[in-house]
Design a protein around this ligand. Sequence first.
Ligand SMILES: Cc1cc2nc3c(=O)[nH]c(=O)nc-3n(C[C@H](O)[C@H](O)[C@H](O)COP(=O)(O)O)c2cc1C
Length: 392
Amino acid sequence: MKKKVLVGVTGGIAAYKSCYLVSALVKMGCDVHVLMTDHAKEFVSAMTFETLSHNPVVTNMFRRDREWEVEHVSLAKSCEVVVVAPATANFVGKIAHGICDDMLTTTYLASKAPKIICPAMNTAMYEDAVFQSNLKQVISSGATILSPVSGTLACGDVGVGKMVEPDVIAEEVKKALALTLDFEGKRVLVTAGATVEDIDGVRFLSNHSSGKMGVAIAERFADRGAEVTLVAGSITAKLPDNLKEVCRVSSTHDMFTAVTERAPQMDIVVMAAAPADYTPVTKFDQKVKSETLTLSLKKTEDIAAAVGRIKSPSAKLVIFSAETENLLQNAKGKLIKKNADLVVANDVTQEGAGFNTDTNVVTLIDREGNVKSYDKMPKIEVADVILDALKI
Ligand SMILES: Cc1cc2nc3c(=O)[nH]c(=O)nc-3n(C[C@H](O)[C@H](O)[C@H](O)COP(=O)(O)O)c2cc1C
């Protein structure tokens, strides 16, 4: 299930930055709903937010052409975080005193979800004693304030008042969503990326894996409380900063050694890497310059099968099965052969699935033979689906 995040946008010049925020939250796999004040629409159009969030933007509380449920209450109940960015002095003043005269302030007050407020305004407004007293009142109600930073403001003044950057806000939203620590105390090892098999001093064999799937899984385990070790080959994905250990490896043999050393101590091992299946029989130290070169390849070690043999009996092994034909049959065969508990099968010929994409199309198969297929989803969301399937 996607996490539902409510983003409130009020009438400040920093409203344009909230477009980046909404976009970042959507990329994180959130279901983002934007509420704008009437004044916010003077700065950015509702259509921009609708397009970025893939959801309608609600502003008018009294429109009657929507579903029966009272909308501000339904959004307030279902969202898991409320973030208001930018928050005007006017907005802060209103919520400090319980004034609910539009859709945003009413929904804000009706929601019991964690709240993040990002004030942005002219320095004099920010330092004003009445505003500061309103802000204190809002802090005492339990909201998290991401204080504005110093810089040159849109009005030309230099001082405090600039809204914090969208990536900082997205990180805070992530933290608030991660309050479900359902893997707390679990030790998890995840592999990610491609391995690299040297041919000679400059050339190698590898594949197109970006590591995005494995990194997303590692990140969600860490967000959800696990102690995560990531064993990563060649990756282009950005590493999260909440992992316990990141072990970088090059060849399949290096990955085999790193994983088999650690696997017996783990509660969960997820093999999301794409190790090279073959390695040259002979490796040349220097750059080969001959007219022709014939490569003889041999099979590399089967890391997943080794983990299946050495893991503790109570530990869970998750493997990936990237297929181009006979998806279910091949994936089920792998599950048994490698003594795995869950196989994540994907048909890499499908658009939006497999290597080097931000999305994946997967089918999960467990030992009991349960098969569940999912539509195309962002990899971070696929990660949550896998974690949910591992919850006992
Ligand atoms: C060009 C312009 C920029 C503004 N920027 C800000 C701002 O950054 N912060 C702020 O608190 N108010 C700002 N205001 C004033 C708010 O738009 C005004 O207080 C409005 O009533 C806020 O309404 P809302 O909180 O319902 O969106 C600005 C006004 C204008 C015309």
